[in-house]
Ligand binder design. Structure first.
Ligand SMILES: O=P(O)(O)OC[C@H]1O[C@](O)(CO)[C@@H](O)[C@@H]1O
Length: 534
């Protein structure tokens, strides 16, 4: 299968012809310059931000300092009968912990949501009594994270834990409001390296604190990254350089686990690639696949990547599957560093600053305005069973989905399904992605709202403007107040969906919205309707 480059425990094997870009990266000294944290690599406009964003190149070495305090805190918590970790955090503050915990099979709860049902489900008395909450936010000001923290604080009180301050472990940048709060109330506090952006923070306190407290051997992850780091200056044998050229090669990269041990890296890489590269009307769209054989993996406009933990370089079950365009095999710690480096190289090749996220704030500002002024008045164009249809001329769910397929029937289009639902209880709705991919040649990406706002959300607003959007919202069963705020989780979730809708509609992108007046029935209807389409 073409070119294979292996070093530092990780192998990248690809049939994509990336020789010219690999040669260019080497001839221009990019690997050595990045290893030396040269902030001028991405041009003069990017240099100021890059100068304070390159800590990830080696900061994981200093992360070793976290090991002893984390072991001590874990033992302390366990002694108090606290053996469950819940993590409140969005984007870079939760995606790496999620891959680590899925790969190492840790029972951590990750709350990157504003869905009231999903949050209420975490607040049962029996589980709360055993729970410590890691509140992770680099900025310290992310509304979802702050709201989750408030909900936990109230829930602890509700079960008679009056002083819950020691149940909270804060991870944040020095100088943030969260640091001040941790100090004021005497909660546990881990300060992160401020020179590392959220999506590059897997091997800093953001990735390591919650997972170590949940029982992960994070020292091993650091060792794996360290072994791989020895390759990053290499002119030859540099797998990350090849991976970077592959990421830059086509408009879309589809990513699947190959089943050999690293679980769910795609969701983390999705944020890394989408927020780093989806801007200035260009960039690479990452699409996470449910499995290697999933619909939409391949196409002339995309590179199909599989990721695995095996060090043999090829997926174990590769023979029955469509052969990937690129296979990335190696342990998780090396994978983190390899994809980070590769994304930075791809930014260099495409001509994009990989460290800012200029279009993320727009939806947040819309949300804040809506929270202050109220939701916009909107009437459904039609109601079909348990589904209200907005932004379509069709009277039925099938008709509206048919319009989506028609809109996506052009060479450079992609479809994004954005579901503001409970990603555990409403998980079955995600089958819609593969069904849509099966019926169109376009790439189809799935996003749970508001989580995707901190990931592909940047691409949808800042990358190539060819997205066709399907937004799904749903009635809320049990709502939950956010203490100290004059809105509830349901209100926040609805405002986030409306705010993002406004941001997408202002770009004149087609957007159909399905509002499920009964989630279960509405999901069945959507899946039934899409399966009826030819
Ligand atoms: O860690 P914070 O500051 O809460 O931010 C969470 C996420 O929000 C963003 O800043 C913007 O979406 C991401 O880059 C980041 O990972």
């Amino acid at each position: 299968m073409g070119k294979m480059e292996a070093a530092g425990g990780l192998a990248v094997t690809t049939g994509v012809d990336v020789n010219a870009d690999v040669d260019r990266l080497r001839a221009e000294g990019v690997p050595a310059r990045l290893a030396a944290k040269d902030a001028t690599l991405w041009g003069p406009d990017a240099a100021e931000e890059a100068a304070i964003r390159l800590g990830w190149v080696d900061t994981f070495v200093t992360s070793k300092e976290l090991l002893a305090p984390l072991a001590k805190l874990r033992a302390e918590l366990n002694e108090q009968g606290i053996d469950h970790i819940a993590l409140a955090g969005m984007g870079g503050s939760s995606l790496a912990p999620e891959v680590i915990s899925r790969t190492l099979d840790l029972g951590i709860s990750i709350l990157d949501t504003t869905d009231p049902g999903q949050i209420v489900a975490e607040l049962g008395e029996a589980s709360l009594r055993r729970t410590a909450v890691v509140v992770s936010s680099k900025s310290g000001s992310t509304v979802e994270t702050d709201s989750q923290r408030r909900a936990f604080e109230a829930a602890f009180k509700g079960v008679g834990i009056e002083d819950s301050t020691k149940r909270f472990v804060f991870v944040t940048d020095p100088g943030s409001a969260l640091e001040a709060l941790a100090k004021e109330q005497g909660s546990h506090l881990f300060l992160a390296d401020a020179n590392v952006g959220g999506r590059y923070s897997a091997l800093t306190a953001f990735g390591l604190v919650p997972t170590a407290l949940a029982g992960a051997d994070v020292a091993e992850l650091i060792e794996q990254a360290e072994a791989f780091a020895a390759t990053i200056e290499n002119d030859g044998d540099n797998p990350a350089v090849v991976l970077g050229a592959v990421i830059a090669a086509k408009p879309t990269i589809t990513i699947a686990d190959d089943g050999t041990g690293v679980v769910g890296l795609g969701d983390w890489a999705e944020q890394l690639i989408a927020e780093s590269l989806g801007k200035d009307g260009k960039g690479t769209l990452p699409v996470v696949l449910e499995e290697p054989a999933a619909a939409g993996a391949r196409g002339s406009d995309r590179v199909y990547a599989t990721v695995g933990g095996s060090s043999t370089g090829l997926p174990a079950s590769g023979s029955q599957l469509a052969m990937p365009d690129v296979v990335v095999n190696g342990p998780l710690g090396a994978q983190f560093l390899a994809w980070e480096l590769a994304t930075a190289y791809a930014g260099y090749l495409i001509g994009i600053d990989p460290f800012n996220q200029p279009n993320v704030t727009e939806s947040k500002e819309n949300t804040n305005r809506i929270l202050a002024d109220g939701l916009p008045e909107e009437r459904p164009h039609a109601v079909d069973g348990a589904v209200e249809i907005y932004g379509s001329h069709a009277d039925t769910v099938a008709g509206a989905l048919g319009e989506v397929l028609t809109n996506a029937d052009r060479e450079d289009a992609y479809i994004a399904v954005l579901a503001y639902l409970d990603r555990i209880d409403d998980a079955s709705v995600a089958a819609l992605r593969a069904e849509l991919a099966d019926r169109t040649g376009a790439p189809v990406t799935w996003g749970w709202g508001p989580r995707f706002l901190h990931s592909t959300g940047q691409f949808h607003k800042g990358g190539r403007q060819t997205g066709v959007f399907v937004q799904i919202t749903g009635e809320v069963g049990e709502d939950l107040v956010i203490p100290g705020r004059d809105y509830t989780f349901a209100g926040l979730q609805a405002a986030q969906a409306a705010g993002d809708r406004q941001a997408l509609e202002s770009r004149e992108r087609p957007l159909v919205r399905f509002h499920l007046t009964n989630r279960k029935h509405g999901i069945n209807q959507l899946l039934h309707a899409v399966r009826e389409l030819s």
